[in-house]
Write a new protein. Structure first.
Length: 511
């Protein structure tokens, strides 16, 4: 491979590419420059300084750079443009925040990085910011098809008040600055004689739009709890996707098909703007979490564009909404990294694999309808069938909305669901209350009374100890009270799954 720089390699400002690093030797061609030849399909155009947080993030995404000799936090490296963009878009959902985004050296970043990344995004993390202003005129001239004017830098100030400037070609230009007579005590003499100009309608319209947007987001901010629910299950779903990737040889073809489908479903007007976005399964999975911090960034930008002197009402309204959104982001991050919730979801995932419904309910629908498992254990039940009173041991699984009863007859790895009791229509009764099924001798027993199809049913439960019985009773009572309250709320909740109890139980009383 050649160690010399291709003269056609230029920066994002159309200037000659600077060397990025030789320790470690970086670049696709390993010549210290972020060159992107035709053979570089990964577009290693971004001259960056990696951090330990970025290296850890990249490893989690399946691209571990740490085995590279000398690679550590603080090293300069020519990164793949899509990898840097992935870190940039994920910074709002990662605990490390902006630390996962490597700093950028614009004088060494290849212009081909702009195929994936917007220049404004690169400038937000640029180290060599002092060169940005110098190249603005050059970049604008190139964009309009003109030859760039030589960049002018302040060199010296002559005694007579004129300023000497040095151009990039080395010539010196003298620019005379007009001298004005000073007027003591008059700070606005240069505006004397100018007529009062009326306020432009555009700023007023802009402030009205900002206030309207803020009000709408504030009204719907309670619905952002859906992101919290998604964050709770994100890690488990991501793990399931990774398992599917490892077990499916043709997974890359699936990803390609999904990207094509997602691109086709986009509106025609926005396809060009979205053509650079990665749309594989894992990319689509992280996008909901990335969406929430973007609301914060949007409102922060609106607040900067609406100073208190221009729009006090809009500026004041933005503050509380931004604080609420930041609290929502923090809640989502805590949900993703809560060990208790992870264990709860892992238990739910395991139980969902073992439960077998008669109608072959998919696991995705199971998790959506029932939610996480609250309590699970083995209890003895007694119930009145069509012929007589029967008893058996069953596996009881308590959810927020439903109490599932399952049995393990032949295959211990699968639990056949026998019945599902909707807790919104259920109450707890004593085992010897004098009505329906009665038990006067078995300790740690109680009844669950519920209504199904205008008929009342009873199931007698017996635990092994007083502590176990108290735990079950307290949790069932709490869930039943919560569901009874939710039934009065017009806002829809998770659905109930109730199997046909007519085949197993005989009603105790009712029509």
């Amino acid at each position: 491979m050649s160690k010399s720089l291709n003269p056609n390699s230029t920066t994002v400002f159309k200037k000659p590419l600077s060397m990025h690093s030789t320790s470690p030797m970086t670049g696709y061609l390993r010549n210290g420059y972020c060159e992107v030849p035709d053979s570089d399909t990964g577009n290693h155009a971004v001259a960056a300084e990696v951090t330990d947080e970025f290296l850890e993030f990249s490893a989690r995404q399946g691209n571990d750079l740490r085995p590279i000799p000398g690679m550590k936090g603080g090293c300069k490296w020519c990164l793949c443009a899509s990898r840097w963009l992935e870190a940039f878009e994920s910074r709002g959902s990662e605990p490390a925040g902006d630390k996962i985004v490597p700093k950028i050296f614009l004088n060494a970043t290849n212009e081909k990085a702009l195929k994936k990344i917007n220049l404004d995004d690169l400038k937000k993390f640029a180290v060599d910011k002092e060169d940005i202003g110098q190249c603005i005129g050059c970049r604008n001239a190139v964009a309009h098809g003109r030859s760039p004017e030589p960049t002018i830098r302040l060199n010296d100030v002559d005694e007579d008040g004129s300023e000497l400037y040095e151009t990039e070609e080395g010539s010196v230009a003298e620019i005379n600055i007009p001298q004005h007579d000073s007027h003591e005590g008059d700070a606005t003499d240069d505006r004397e004689g100018l007529p009062d100009l009326p306020d432009s309608p555009e700023p007023k319209a802009f402030r009205s739009v900002v206030l309207a947007v803020t009000t709408i987001i504030d009204e719907h901010i309670a619905m952002f709890s859906a992101y919290d629910d998604f964050g709770e299950q994100y890690e488990l779903v991501r793990f399931a996707v990774e398992q599917a990737q490892q077990s499916t040889a043709c997974w890359p073809e699936y990803d390609t098909a999904i990207e094509t489908l997602a691109y086709t479903l986009n509106p025609v007007q926005s396809r060009d703007a979205n053509r650079r976005k990665a749309l594989t399964v894992k990319d689509l999975l992280i996008k909901p979490i990335q969406r929430l911090p973007r609301y914060v960034l949007l409102l922060n930008d609106l607040q900067k564009l609406t100073p208190v002197c221009d729009g006090p009402n809009a500026h004041e309204a933005l503050g509380p909404v931004i604080a609420k959104l930041e609290a929502s982001c923090e809640q989502v991050n805590q949900s993703r990294h809560s060990l208790d919730k992870k264990r709860l979801l892992e238990s739910t995932w395991l139980i969902s694999e073992r439960l077998s419904f008669h109608n072959q309910l998919p696991r995705a629908a199971f998790l959506k309808l029932l939610g996480p498992v609250i309590l699970c254990g083995c209890l003895h039940i007694a119930y009145r069938s069509k012929d007589s009173v029967k008893g058996r041991y069953v596996i009881c699984v308590l959810f927020n909305t439903t109490l599932l009863l399952a049995g393990a007859d032949e295959d211990d790895s699968k639990y056949n669901v026998l019945a599902g009791v909707a807790l919104a229509n259920s109450t707890i009764a004593e085992a010897d209350n004098g009505r329906g099924l009665q038990c006067h001798t078995a300790p740690h027993s109680w009844k669950v009374v519920y209504e199904h199809h205008t008929k009342m049913y009873e199931i007698m439960f017996t635990a092994c100890s007083a502590a176990e019985a108290d735990t079950w009773r307290q949790r069932i009572v709490a869930c039943a009270a919560e569901q009874a309250t939710a039934a009065l709320d017009p806002v829809p909740t998770k659905g109930d799954i109730v199997t046909s109890t007519d085949n197993m139980f005989k009603p105790e009383y009712g029509p």
